[in-house]
Design a protein around this ligand. Structure first.
Ligand code: XBP
Ligand code: MG
Length: 251
């Protein structure tokens, strides 16, 4: 039976993943669809701070081109024609309120891992592949999400975890990925970065790491032509492997 292009691409993506010495995961939008909760948490913080800001999904989608919550709020403030001054201390206070509310939302269990993520983590560990996290968000947010999704000892599954505050420049700068490579002592071409956004693709590509994109809620229509593969989600990898096992010589 003739396999279609999508199936062949997913099978090739599965092969790239299988061969990698390490899988480096982005967090927001890749491991889970967290950005909608980030958006709600920002809006909660604005109300608490007495700001008449409310970011709807269209505004937030545009603002997501700015990585980092604090930087995003500053970018929005700078756009407003006549906004009251907002000091760095105000931004930091807003971000603390937002982060606390985000953790509360995550703890409700309403944001599970995306399809195929848990299966891929399990398959990677079974193959003794190394796992890493390279994200713009904070360690607190990573812990909130993964302790909920993977249990209290989630961090033991990962060989390196680098967050936005660990490096000088956030994505699309390559800093987080370069730091992961340094900690793992691996060549970029031996790894695969799994991302959901244009900024993440640029960051990993600048570090020389091949990228597998999984399209997410806010970045579904980004340009991913520089990615090695683009999937709707990681469950396609498992399906491709099942098809390959059934039809090992299908071309
Ligand atoms: C996504 C981001 C983060 C989150 C908000 O990170 O850019 O800023 O939107 O989290 P990634 P913070 O996709 O690299 O995981 O408010 O903690 O920045
Ligand atoms: Mg992301």
């Amino acid at each position: 039976m003739q396999a279609d292009a999508t199936t062949i691409a997913a099978a090739d993506a599965a092969e790239l993943i299988r061969r990698a010495a390490a899988l480096i995961f982005d967090v927001d939008g890749t491991l889970a669809e967290t950005e909608e909760l980030h958006r709600q948490a920002f809006n909660h913080a604005f109300v608490r701070h007495g700001l008449d800001w409310q970011w709807d999904r269209a505004v937030y989608k545009d603002l997501l081109r700015v990585t980092g919550g604090k930087e995003r709020m500053r970018a929005y403030h700078d756009r407003l024609p006549s906004a009251r001054p907002l000091s760095d201390a105000d931004i930091a206070s807003l971000h603390r309120i937002k982060t606390a509310h985000y953790a509360g939302l995550i703890e409700t269990g309403c944001c599970p891992l995306r399809p195929g993520v848990a299966e891929l983590l399990g398959a990677a560990k079974a193959r003794s592949q190394r796992l890493a996290i390279a994200t713009t968000t904070s360690h607190g947010n990573i812990d909130a999400l993964l302790s909920q999704a993977l249990g209290a000892r989630w961090a033991a599954q990962f060989d390196a975890i680098v967050g936005g505050d660990d490096v000088r420049q956030k994505k699309p700068a390559a800093d987080v990925y370069l730091e992961i490579l340094a900690r793992l002592k691996l060549d970029p071409s031996d790894c695969v970065a799994i991302e959901d956004s244009g900024n993440g693709l640029i960051a990993a590509s600048r570090a020389g790491i091949p990228v597998l994109i999984t399209r997410s809620m806010f970045f579904g229509d980004d340009d991913f032509s520089a990615a090695r593969f683009v999937l709707d989600d990681l469950s396609e990898l498992g399906l491709a492997e099942q098809k390959t096992e059934k039809q090992p010589h299908a071309q």
